[in-house]
Design a protein around this ligand. Structure first.
Ligand code: NAD
Ligand code: IPM
Ligand code: MN
Length: 363
């Protein structure tokens, strides 16, 4: 198959991890007889520097015309003091909204090889963790009305959801649960927020379509606590834009490192999806060749699976990552408490070498 992928390297570690992602995609293409072509587009700080805005229309247009979109990360201290609507992060909202990718799948999967990097006790994580966070991505407080009063003494952001927006994300949550352990937990703040109460109402109104799925509700403060107390109780978590953002960072660390957690942002299937690691541009480690590229590489696997229907190719990447971890290779973030042994074995590697290893395993 021949496919066109739009690339948004972005800022900080973004270009380096996206580079490893495309090298891995090329290795898969060579092995399976596909051809992937790439068009690089500017967004985030890189676009602000060149065009004075975080997401030029031409960048969005290129993404919309591509078969799929791979993004590194945007943002950094250089642009922290520009006005809010011109910040690099605004590019993400423009892309997500513009591409209408309302469903963000964030699989928090703990590779058993990484138990030394998990901050929880062995008896809590047991044989591993496999939680899917289904995060609403184009609504809620990220997209609600915001502003300041004329005197600049007050500011506000609004959490707003319509029933159709809630229903489509919850249906995806139910359907995902049907393919997994058949448990869906809707996380909200229904003891306070009217919008959360509407999430519960919608969930109740459609649950009979998914009689094989056990539905539960949990307040987000409790969910944050339960994730470290007993993460194995969760199968699929469906939640709003902001709660999903926060809980997925928490879940990532439980599985070893934020450098491992991939994501897919999907719409109604008529346009391309957007694939990105859940972490940011990591300015503290940018330019040092130490960032973990695996979250991006695993996002490439999701890209092949969801946008191109290439299940075998996606598994090939995931298996290659498993094998690299099996052999003991680690970037610093996933070495955890075994860092001394990893170093002594000469298996502490940087971004490029980790990419090389995955490519070798793809063969
Ligand atoms: P971050 O995720 O960039 O970094 C948090 C911590 O995790 C840092 O210590 C970083 O070094 C580490 N880390 C992140 N990715 C890693 C990797 N692949 N390998 C090893 N370590 C890794 O979050 P932050 O510091 O809060 O944000 C930095 C910038 O990134 C901000 O401008 C923020 O707005 C932006 N951001 C962008 C995205 C995105 O583009 N999707 C996501 C989150 C944050
Ligand atoms: C993420 C990021 C973004 C978000 C920011 C940078 C806008 O944290 O993708 O998780 O909050 O969605
Ligand atoms: Mn986030």
């Amino acid at each position: 198959m021949e496919k066109k992928i739009a690339l948004i390297p972005g800022d900080g570690i973004g270009p380096d991890i996206v580079h490893e992602g495309t090298r891995v995609l090329d290795a898969v293409a060579a092995k399976f007889g596909h051809k992937f072509t790439y068009e690089t587009v500017l967004a985030g700080g890189a676009a602000i520097d060149k065009f004075g805005e975080p997401l030029p229309q031409a960048s969005l247009d290129t993404c919309l015309k591509a078969d799929s979109v791979l993004l590194g990360a945007v943002g950094g201290p250089k642009w922290d003091n520009v006005p809010g609507n011109l910040r690099p992060e605004k590019a993400l909202l423009g892309l997500r909204g513009g591409m209408k990718v309302y469903a963000n799948l964030r699989p928090a999967l703990m590779f058993k090889q990484l138990s030394a990097a998990c901050p929880l006790k062995d008896e809590i994580v047991g044989t591993g963790l496999d939680i899917l966070i289904v995060r609403e991505l184009t609504g809620g407080i990220y997209f609600g009305e915001r502003g300041r009063n004329a005197e600049n003494t007050e500011a506000w952001d609004t959490e707003r959801y319509s029933k159709p927006e809630i229903e489509r994300i919850l249906r995806l949550g139910f359907e995902s649960a049907q393919k997994r352990q058949k448990k869906l937990c809707v996380v909200d703040k229904a003891n306070i927020l009217e919008s959360s109460r509407m999430w519960r109402e919608v969930a109740e109104s459609i649950k009979d379509d998914y009689k094989d799925v056990e539905l539960s509700f949990m307040y987000v403060d409790n969910a944050a606590m339960q994730l470290v107390r007993n993460p194995r109780q969760f199968d699929v978590i469906a939640t709003s834009n902001m709660f999903g953002d926060i809980l997925s960072d928490e879940a990532s660390q439980i599985t070893g490192s934020i450098g491992m957690l991939a994501s897919a942002s999907l719409g109604d299937g008529t346009g391309p999806g957007l694939y990105e690691p859940i972490h940011g541009s990591a300015p503290d480690i940018a330019g040092k060749d130490i960032a973990n590229p695996l979250a991006t590489i695993l996002s490439c696997a999701m890209l092949l699976r969801y946008d191109f229907g290439m299940e075998e190719e996606a598994r090939c990447i995931e298996n290659a990552v498993e094998k690299v971890l099996d052999e003991g290779w680690r970037t610093g973030d996933i070495a955890g408490s075994s860092i001394d042994e990893v170093k002594a074995a000469g298996k502490l590697v940087g971004t490029k070498k980790m990419g090389d290893l995955v490519i070798q395993m793809i063969g």
